[in-house]
Design a protein around this ligand. Structure first.
Ligand code: PGA
Length: 244
C-alpha cells in the first residue's frame, strides 16, 4: 500500500520529506541514501542545502548511491548525473564525495560494472532511504516499461518518451544517450523506505496509473505498491486524477 500525501504546495512536500530525512540522519548518521535526478527532486535538494547551511542536518557520515547514469557521455560532460548531483546537492552539503556513488559507465565491461554497483550497494547494507521520481511513462530510475519486478542493476535502452523528455537538455532527442545503467526494480524495492515525489499536472495521469492500475511491467511504478514502507508526496495538480 502506498501512503499518499497531498501537500498544498510543492514546497510543502519538499519540506515534509526533508524533515523526515533530518530525523533519520540524527538517528542513523551513517544512513545509506538513494538519490534521484530530474526536475522533481530539485526543491528537496535545495531544502537540504538550506538545512545544511543552517546546521540543521549533517551528511558527514552518510553515503549515497544514485539510481542511474547515462552511458556514452564524456566523463566531464555537465549533463552526466554525477555532475548534476554535484551542482544541485553535493557542493552544498557535507557528504564526502568519495562516498557518493554512481554506476561506472566508463567501464569497458558495462555489464560487469552494473553487477559491481549492485554488489557495492549490497555490501553497504542496502539503501536505508530512497527518493524517487516517476517518469511520464511510469519508469522508476531508468526501469522503462517492460522491466521486470526482479530486475537488478543493469544496462538498459532508454524509451523514446524518456529521450523526448530529456531532449531540451541535449538540444534535441537525437542527442540524448540511448543507454544507461540503472538500479533494477528489485534493487529499488530493496530500499527500507521509499519516498516518491511527483509534481504538476503533467504527472497526474501517471500518478493515477501508479496507484490504481493493475500491477504490471507495463508501468513499473505500480511495483512500488508491493513495498512495505513507501510514501507518495504530491501537490494538488499531480493528485488531480487519483481517487482518494
Ligand atoms: P522529472 O523526471 O523529475 O524530470 O520529471 C522524473 C523521472 O523521469 O524519473
Amino acid at each position: 500500500m502506498i501512503r499518499t500525501h497531498v501537500h498544498p504546495t510543492r514546497d510543502a512536500a519538499d519540506a515534509s520529506v526533508a524533515a523526515e530525512l533530518r530525523v533519520l540522519l540524527r538517528a542513523e548518521p551513517r544512513a545509506v541514501l538513494g538519490f534521484a535526478t530530474g526536475n522533481t527532486p530539485i526543491g528537496l535538494y535545495r531544502t537540504l542545502a538550506a538545512d545544511r547551511a543552517a546546521g540543521r542536518v549533517s551528511l558527514a557520515l552518510a553515503s549515497s548511491f544514485n539510481l542511474d547514469e547515462y552511458v556514452g557521455l564524456d566523463p566531464e560532460d555537465p549533463r552526466r548525473f554525477g555532475a548534476w548531483m554535484r551542482e544541485q546537492l553535493f557542493r552544498h552539503v557535507d557528504l564526502p564525495l568519495a562516498r557518493a556513488r554512481f554506476p561506472d559507465v566508463d567501464a569497458v565491461d558495462l555489464d560487469a560494472a552494473a553487477r559491481a554497483y549492485e554488489a557495492a550497494l549490497a555490501s553497504a547494507g542496502g539503501l536505508d532511504w530512497l527518493v524517487l521520481g516517476i517518469g511520464r511513462n511510469g519508469h522508476v530510475g531508468f526501469n522503462e516499461p517492460g522491466s521486470s519486478v526482479d530486475s537488478r542493476t543493469r544496462v538498459v535502452e532508454l524509451a523514446e518518451t524518456t529521450r523526448a523528455d530529456a531532449a531540451r537538455t541535449f538540444g534535441g532527442a537525437e542527442n540524448v544517450p540511448r543507454r544507461a545503467i540503472t538500479m533494477g526494480v528489485a534493487t529499488i524495492l530493496g530500499a527500507k523506505r521509499i519516498r516518491v515525489l511527483a509534481f504538476g499536472a503533467a504527472k497526474a495521469a501517471i500518478v493515477r496509473a501508479c496507484l490504481h492500475e493493475p500491477v504490471s511491467e507495463r508501468c513499473p511504478a505500480t511495483f512500488l505498491r508491493g513495498h512495505p514502507d513507501v510514501e507518495l508526496h504530491l501537490d494538488p495538480e499531480s493528485a488531480a486524477l487519483a481517487s482518494p
